[in-house]
Design a protein around this ligand. Sequence first.
Ligand code: ATP
Length: 217
Amino acid sequence: MSQEHMKIPQATAKRLPLYYRFLKNLSVSGKQRVSSAELAEAVKVDSATIRRDFSYFGALGKKGYGYNVNYLLTFFAKTLSQDETTPVALIGVGNLGTAFLHYNFTKNNNTMIQLAFDVDPGKIGTEIADVPIYHINDIKKELATREIDVAILTVPVGAAQPIADDLAAAGIKGILNFTPARLTLPPHIRVHHIDLAVELQSLVYFMKQYPVNEESK
Ligand code: ATP
């Protein structure tokens, strides 16, 4: 099956990194095959969904054998572009941004923050975890000399839209937005939004309103 022309459903695509991480651990521990039931237990996705997901990749489990771990790993690595490192820019080196600079993304996936931007004169010109920090006004200039398509946004909410506009002008194609701002951008730019405060509040709400009883787990 051609990698280029294969379109998998978005819900399946979202689960790929999860599968990839688990299979990588299995492979490291020397395991060569895995059943959909084992996978289901480990990644908390039901086994029917796993079998359907895997059928999109042409990976058909054999009864009594399961799936070949290395076949799946090779497939996922290619699909998730693990054979190449994706460079990322980070905008806003505050508490959250600094944590991301220290976080080792390459441990589980091949993305790497290559440079960062801020307005704080105390941060500009310094490095955190070997990542250089530039002035936000130099964003277009610095991005023009590098092939970076992805940016992480960890600035205060009020700064988010103008910076997103600059990122769009600089040719960025994907933004992971950690600010509460709802960004307006050209349709060719993909924005994934993670509002940690909202996620936490939602968890607390659901815990209260929809308690999970042990049997239905
Ligand atoms: P800190 O404690 O370092 O201020 P924080 O996460 O609580 O961190 P925020 O006010 O959310 O602080 O700001 C996050 C980071 O974004 C800070 O480092 C700040 O200097 C930076 N920042 C603020 N405005 C801009 C801007 N327009 N462009 C780039 N970076 C900005």
